[in-house]
Design a binder for this molecule. Sequence first.
Ligand code: TRP
Ligand code: ZN
Length: 893
Amino acid sequence: MLEEQTKAIRRVDYTAPAFWIDTVDLTFDLDPSKTRVLNKMRVRRNPDVAAQALRLDGEELNLARVMVNGGGTSFKMDGNQLVLENLPEGNEAFDLEIFTTCNPSKNTQLSGLYVSNDSFFTQCEAEGFRRITYFLDRPDVMASYTVTLRADAQQYPVLLSNGNLLEQGSLDDGRHFAKWEDPHKKPCYLFALVAGKLVAREQRIVSRSGKEHLLQVFVRPGDLDKTEHAMNSLMASVAWDEARFGLPLDLERFMIVATSDFNMGAMENKGLNIFNTKYVLASPATATDTDFAGIESVVGHEYFHNWTGNRITCRDWFQLSLKEGLTVFRDQEFSQDMAGIESARAVKRIEDVRVLRTVQFPEDAGPMAHPVRPDAYEEINNFYTVTIYEKGAEVVRMMQTLVSAPGDEEGRQGFAKGMKLYFERHDGQAVTCDDFAQAIADANPQSSLANLLTQFKRWYSQAGTPRVHAQGVYNHSNLSYTLTLSQSCASTPDQSHKEPFVIPVKVGLLNQHGQALAGHDKTLVLSEASQSFVFENIESEPTPSLLRNFSAPVNLDCDLTDTQWLSILANDTDAFNRWEAGQRLAVQSALRFIRASKDPQSDSVLDEGYLDAMRTVLSNPELDSAFKELVLTLPSETYISEQLESVDPQIVHAVREAMRQQLATALQADWQTCYAQNRVLGAYSPDAISSGKRALANMALNMLCLAAQKEGSSVWPGKALQAFKDASNMTDRFGALTALVGSGHALAEPALAQFHALFKNEALVIDKWFALQASAPDRSGNTLPIVRQLMQHPDFNLRNPNRARSLIFSYCSANPGGFHRADAAGYVFWSERVIELDAFNPQVAARLARALDRWKKLAEPYRQAAKTAIERVAAKTDLSNDVREVVSRALAE
Ligand code: TRP
Ligand code: ZN
């Protein structure tokens, strides 16, 4: 434990760098097993810091030569650092030249320079640049880069780096070169190069200011026909950032390159974004509506980083949410604006909140809980979390809400003013979360945000999800309604006491007929432990609609009756709260049932009131299909489990399955109508209306197969098989396959085989094939043997992160009923895979390691078995820092 504590890096220890690097001139001789890197830097002492040695970071490099001002120099190694003590005195800049080699073909971590499908790619965030050359690998050192790439012309016809192409030409021995210059200063984590056999879809655009730009999407030959949607998304992103925030593209050329070996979704390298193929390649035949939406949002996300992340970057990695939370907020807003109609905006908001509550809330309640701006870490890669990203986005969203003003109810104008000031103050700098919050507040001096800024920033410093309790009291004699809101927050590791947060609570009131009480919609700002808010002239006892549009990332307790929830579900003007009311009712039913230890085989979980309400929603012609699909989707097993003190995953699974079965059977006639009405014929388009219809039709098909299974009927499975065969797009084909697999019908097996045969050359589709089998509803423990068998399939490859995620993560993280086995075999499997992955890709291994984060919440025998499995991993002496940090936090008292 002591030893681990000494490894932690702390936010309070930040000091400015002792040297600046003004320019970097890199020359690469690219060769898979031995790439030579010549790094010529202009370096000077930072006059604000006392004179000291220059310590450069490096990892897995072979050092050949170090020169200062053209001559030899003494140096020493201190662990992974190259230390230069005898540098020129004074504030004059000097030349530092370092020559190293590395082995990209052996780079299985996919950090630094690596080979994938015979092409070269880089990934430098967070600390990958040090695996390419010795450097001050920290984001507050911003330099101007020129890059020369040399490689075999046949094997690597395309040579790319950041910025503008200055020159290219041929060399001796069949090699050629390209020289690039980035006109913008950048931290080294935004450096990138790509070399290989690639082809590009190109598009010239003219921005609002009249400037011309070239957009390019590079992929492997053969994939060009799957790049149209990514290019459309990129064009839309450029237009959106100019229209909504006045932020133009600042480069002549903007490139996206896709690779199938990638640890995460994508990377915002300046002018040369590198993407996981999953977020670039799409055709109607191979990608689902969800994939199309994912591409739009990730292309947007990386593009928006160009201003929020690249032009203004992070001072240190503790400020990661400065760029990530803000950029997620921006991509969420982009997707909402692209969806257009109001109901589709609400659907996107609900989907985002669902992720927050099913993934981030558990993180905030578990051993890896950390503030949006963490105080310490051992391995920064472990802090690319839903807290930094999604909760960080909620913090930005609350700022927007808290700068709202009459006529600008959402706060968009006030927030845009704040962004403008942020860029005026900090363009070209490496800054902190404080700087951002200060700019938004200073641009809106009259706002609640400005008035409560210091306290608001507790959202950055305190971990944990606050709980808000709401209690309404109606006073008949003076026609007033008093709403008392109180807040608390459970302790988290290293933070036992929490101060009150600033919590914007959007509210409205409904009368007994469910009608909105005009004039009472407002945003209450809860900033104390408890506060009361009085509504006057209320004619009769109202139903409060609280936390509309999920105005703050909190758990809300409010004791409404089932009748009141049903009224909100049927009538509220806030679409988010209509959905939320349905979820509440379903969760309450599940919890009552679980707590009473009733048997889901013999008793029904959902009551008639709920089922009737669901029928009404399904048949309501005013509601969009996408919204209906969300309302009819039961809360996940993970979400239900989080509401329990002690979790038996098998009981939760059985109860939720019983609820699904009940919805399927009780609404059978409605599902049939629904299926008939929502099938989309004609040419495929991923727009909100038609994707919503497909989602609902596929849900209906799923329900009908489930109902048939209980009756022993093969009618609907037969229809599903036909739909599978006839499908004209992947959404419908995969939807039908999912329905078959979900019902466990015998037809599932031939359909799976046919699916594989059809798409055996489409890696991203084969990922779906693995994922579907690994996440299928478990039937008497059948999933684990299937997963183990699939590991032997010739198409399985643990080294490819997408494939590892599709099989291993789908089982361990997306199939609680299959994973949490009373015989502990799921946990044994997990520990084997964590150890196996850790030997070659610690980042991916550490993500898998987090699948058992919430072990302390498990009931026996799961709890002890999970602990034993984690201890088995922790007992390994040669673990990476990544996995070591996750398992030691999990086991900490
Ligand atoms: N900054 C990237 C984003 O949010 C994500 C990222 C961080 C990443 N570290 C990475 C991607 C490592 C790949 C590998 O868009
Ligand atoms: Zn990002």
